[in-house]
Design a protein around this ligand. Structure first.
Ligand code: DGY
Length: 436
């Protein structure tokens, strides 16, 4: 694929997956609506069809639960060969759930950031006014219903909530999860994607077991915080939320709304973030396992996410770049790998170049990381990430993830957020600046 045709093909992929109301992440592997996928997709759609981008956001928010939660999978369409099917979650008829069939989990709250980007480019007060209260309710839910320790940092109750579903980050926490009385189920995720690019059987059983526990607790937030064996505060999720709180605050100002609540969240997160996540010995951020009150000592590329949120000091940012981003044993290209940025540091025990979230490159992580690097003035590094992202797509098409060694595509095909973010990267970035 040449760079000239990239934008055209990206639009074609978004159209191919368009159901009219929402966009499937990919035609076969993910045939329903996913939360943060839809947010990135809206950003891509906004480049050539703003009204359709607004519909994408509206349809996602129409599945919001009464308590504020915005679910991670929404099932507006009928049957598919995807597992888990809608009824598996047992979310129907809960007093605090929504009217649309959905999972009982949430996903990284990037949506307010995307809505702000859309609004800044083409101000649309009517649309922004309509979605703002729903975004506010979701953020409020995250800072309160998922706050286990008074820090206001939300806890995740399932690896799927992190978006990094199968990362080695979760290995130790999942080791303590023993599947018992597993409900009958049949994996479907290896029908359209090779088994060695998907999670291993024992991990998948734990994912299903955690869903089973969640549904037995009726997805009631206090019960989940009290009883789910997997309870984690995640650097990527909390960074995305902090950035989204900033963006929600900017939208509030545009709309003439109060900002007190957001001011408090922003101040609170800033006050606790380093104490909770920063590892000064290694010069990076660590997730936190709330169940055992211990940092999670795994180096995944989410360590760069606080740059996206402006949460790092200049000195912390400089260490992240010098010791990790530019380090060929971790994230920089070396004799064995040619592309940035593996999802897990190459010298991690759990690194695996093609397996789901264990090492492959993801375009949405690259976008978040490039934005963060740019925010701190690391323009050449940001451009290098963008250049590699576009090169991967040119070489291997719009895939779900990519092998950092040779750039070959893995996972689902015709993958929408790769297409959406290619449009964004093409429009935004100067890809010609050389690495410094
Ligand atoms: C899956 O089925 O692997 C999805 O990523 C869950 O969100």
């Amino acid at each position: 694929m040449t760079r000239d045709s990239l934008s055209e093909t990206a639009q074609r992929v978004l159209r191919l997956n368009d159901t009219g109301k929402f966009t499937k992440p990919s035609p076969r592997q993910y045939p329903h609506q996913w939360n943060w996928d839809s947010a990135f997709i809206a950003l891509g759609l906004a480049h050539f069809d703003l009204p359709r981008a607004c519909v994408e956001v509206q349809s996602l928010l129409s599945a919001q639960w009464r308590d504020g939660m915005v679910p991670h999978i929404i099932y507006p369409t009928a049957a598919s060969d995807y597992f888990p099917p809608p009824e598996f979650w047992q979310t129907q008829n809960l007093p605090y759930a929504g009217n649309v069939q959905s999972s009982g989990l949430t996903q990284p709250p990037i949506l307010a950031t995307i809505v702000r980007m859309m609004h800044d480019r083409v101000p649309s007060l009517g649309f922004t006014r309509e979605v703002y209260p729903r975004l506010l309710a979701w953020h409020r839910w995250l800072h309160t219903a998922r706050d286990a320790d008074g820090t206001g940092l939300p806890c995740l109750i399932h690896p799927w909530e992190s978006g990094m579903d199968n990362s080695p980050l979760w290995a130790d926490a999942l080791d303590r999860v023993t599947p018992t009385n597993l409900p009958a189920f049949k994996r479907r995720d290896m029908i359209h994607v090779a088994a060695d690019e998907r999670p291993l059987g024992p991990d998948y059983e734990r994912f299903v077991h955690l869903i089973d526990l969640g549904r037995r607790l009726h997805w009631e937030p206090r019960a989940l915080l009290g009883q789910m064996p997997f309870l984690v505060q995640d650097v990527l999720f909390c960074s995305i939320l902090h950035r989204a709180d900033e963006d929600l605050r900017a939208l509030a100002i545009e709309l003439g709304e109060e900002t007190h609540e957001m001011d408090a969240w922003l101040a609170h997160t800033r006050a606790v973030f380093d104490a909770r996540f920063w590892d000064d010995t290694q010069g990076l951020y660590r997730d936190y396992d709330v169940r055992v009150s211990e940092p999670i000592r795994v180096n995944a590329n989410a360590v760069f996410a606080p740059l996206f949120a402006g949460l790092a000091s200049p000195a912390q940012a400089a260490r992240l770049v010098a010791d990790h981003f530019d380090n060929p044993s971790e994230y920089a290209p070396d004799g064995d790998s040619s592309f940035r940025l593996p999802s897990v540091a190459k010298n991690e025990r759990g690194y695996s170049a093609r397996r789901y979230w264990c090492g492959p490159i993801w375009i949405q992580m690259n976008w978040i990381i490039a934005e963060g690097l740019r925010r701190y003035g690391f323009t050449a590094q940001a451009n290098a990430v963008v250049r590699d992202s576009l090169a991967l797509i040119e070489q291997s098409g719009f895939r779900e993830y990519y092998d950092p060694r040779d750039g070959s595509g893995c996972g689902a095909t015709d993958f929408c957020w790769s297409a959406a973010l290619a449009l964004e990267m093409l429009a935004q970035q100067d890809i010609s600046t050389p690495m410094r």
